[in-house]
Design a protein. Structure first.
Length: 244
């Protein structure tokens, strides 16, 4: 017997948290009966439906996507803007992004229908390194780089220590390129870290997600993860070092 929300997540319909919401909203039926309470256990013989559609067990799939700028990290958008799944027209599995990159941020984004792994990777306990390169307006100082590395006070608390490096400074144009490796995944974190120092981010790219980089990929490309890569993501240690 498995918990209902886990079975829904494993079927690739939604993350486990989202599955709990679907249950509370009365959108899930077990053997024809609507179930609203959490924690109900089901067996493989139970007939589960979400919005009246039977749960068929999809094979888990895992993709690394090079998200271009100007794309929403979502599976649909009310305003009709481009979403990440528009780049997967031939993938029938119900994939969704693992976390998000801002509309204007490009770079490495995982998509999967494996709600369990997605939940795990998004959980703050799993300290997956994310490597960003930011181009900012202004000439950053070494002291400011040290501040970014030690942690910056933001409205939702101080950021965890990060690896921060000045890649280049263009004195003529008055811009700096800085790389940062962080393991937190707060909303607009990198942009807010620079804003806290008074800098505007002109360009932001996530070059690596854990051990996954964008080698030989162009914006809009995706590739399926190799089985050993999936395995490596699944064994990402708790509270430990990142998977790099
Ligand atoms: N930090 C940001 O500010 N934006 C992103 O998209 C990712 C990290």
């Amino acid at each position: 017997m498995e918990r209902l929300q886990k079975v829904i997540a494993q079927a690739g319909v939604a993350s486990r948290r989202k599955a709990e919401e679907l249950i509370s909203q009365g959108r899930v039926q077990v053997n024809g009966q609507t179930v609203r309470e959490q924690g109900v256990k089901v067996s493989p013989n139970d007939k589960i439906e979400v919005d009246g559609i039977p749960l068929d067990k999809e094979q888990p799939v895992y993709y690394l996507f090079y998200k271009p700028t100007g794309v929403i990290s979502s599976v649909k958008d009310d305003k009709g803007r481009k979403v990440v799944t528009d780049f997967f027209p031939n993938v029938e599995a119900r994939i969704f992004p693992v976390g998000r990159l801002d509309y204007e941020t490009s770079g490495a984004l995982l998509l999967t229908n494996d709600g369990d792994l997605a939940n795990k990777l998004m959980h703050p306990r799993y300290k997956i390194d994310k490597h960003y390169v930011a181009k900012i307006k202004g000439l950053i100082t070494k002291e400011e780089v040290r501040k970014l590395a030690r942690g910056i006070e933001l409205e939702d608390g101080k950021t965890a220590p990060a690896i921060v490096k000045i890649e280049s400074v263009d004195r003529k144009k008055g811009t700096s390129v800085i790389s940062l490796t962080i393991h937190e995944g707060r909303n607009r974190q990198v942009r807010r870290m620079f804003e806290a120092l008074g800098y505007e981010v002109q360009k932001l790219k996530r070059e690596r997600y854990g051990f996954l980089d964008l080698k030989s990929m162009s914006p809009g490309d995706y590739r399926e993860l190799k089985p050993y890569e999936v395995k490596q993501l699944k064994v990402a240690p708790l509270n430990g070092n990142s998977v790099t």
